[in-house]
Design a protein around this ligand. Sequence first.
Ligand SMILES: CC(C)(COP(=O)(O)OP(=O)(O)OC[C@H]1O[C@@H](n2cnc3c(N)ncnc32)[C@H](O)[C@@H]1OP(=O)(O)O)[C@@H](O)C(=O)NCCC(=O)NCCS
Length: 414
Amino acid sequence: MQEVNKLIREAAEKAKRETDAEPEPQLVGEVTWPVEVKIGKGLEGAIACTTKVGYVNGSKGWLIYRGYNIFDLAEYSSFEETCYLLLYGKLPTQKELDEFNAKLVANRAVDKAVIDVLKMIPTAKTHPMSALRTAVSVLGTLDEKAEETTVEAEREVAIKLIAKMATIAAAIARIRKGEEPVEPDSSLSHAGNFLYMMSGKKPDPTFERIMDVALILHADHGMNASTFTTMVVNSSLSDMYSSVVGGICSLKGPLHGGANERVLYDLEEIGDPSNVEAWFRKARETKRKVMGFGHRVYKAYDPRARILSPLAKLVSEKDPANKKLYETAVKLDEIVCKELGVEKKVFPNVDFYSGIVYRSMGIETAMFTPIFAVSRVSGWTARALEYLAENRIFRPRAVYTGPVKADYVPIDKR
Ligand SMILES: CC(C)(COP(=O)(O)OP(=O)(O)OC[C@H]1O[C@@H](n2cnc3c(N)ncnc32)[C@H](O)[C@@H]1OP(=O)(O)O)[C@@H](O)C(=O)NCCC(=O)NCCS
């Protein structure tokens, strides 16, 4: 594990050298509503709420959960501890972490009805994110406490969801391969058990640690589309299962979480580092977006990509095909940064290297976005809970640009 920690530390030091040394966010303190902001298309610049959950400084490439720098969390924390931090707002004591872990472990198993529904889904034609959405929806119908919408009740649901999403995603991965789902192993960590339930084999310790880091890195990221969707659904006092189903639906898209699998398809299409230059030229000519690059908020190198890049190198090294994928990715990274980085501040995002990490662990490409969801459910629920405490239903407006005085013509006269 020391090797993984060393790579994270080196990535942190590189980030320090290339950006500002220490995150010193300009905190605004109390916000007095209403605030005046300039809003762009896609709600760019809009402020929906205040939060203490996490902070992204896109121009400097900083990511902070509850005050803790992502590099420190990746090096020192675990996914379980990070979930506690996001949900409760502080790092746990050992006793609190043990209790929280025990609760997660106790909630890992899912009802047979969920597995039965998953087995009814035609896997060859269905994206695993659609299967995940369906399974979480079924899960909600089986929880008699689902309709309780106090912060305390919803936090309990959040913990159940964090625990069970990994089990469901792993079951989807196996059913897709025509294999029986594997029961959770209570002796393993969340990341280790997730890998075990996908493969049926006790995980390699390096893979377990790297999966743990990947889950930490994906846990929260500001008011991204899926987090906002989760919060919008929850703000009508719907229920946490419905809200998380909304988050899954939003994350599925290729402009959001779905980009990680598209990256792999692109890298496979490129085939070899020597083809990168020509492929990229063509992409520019045809105005094709390069998957895994660009971000609404980051206008600098994404710190999560900084961490995942050396980890992708580490895990891909043993297999020649994966090594070639990594080398192709590095070449594409260099060319895109040199051109789009300079012209448009487009740099690699979290999705660019995560796929190579998962591929090297033997995970099917279509499962990459569900892995994102297995982690991000922590950020979705943490922010939905924070907002619920002082809830006000979300209700923006649209500028109407259509006609206002159309004469109704009967159908037989049209
Ligand atoms: C993430 C994303 C949706 C952000 O979209 P956005 O906030 O609307 O950003 P914009 O499209 O306004 O980007 C600004 C400019 O950079 C270009 N750009 C952004 N991402 C690009 C990419 N991946 N490849 C090529 N050009 C890109 C845009 O075309 C635009 O150029 P223009 O000013 O000439 O029109 C967008 O960068 C994208 O589609 N990336 C690929 C998908 C991806 O990796 N998503 C995961 C995000 S974590």
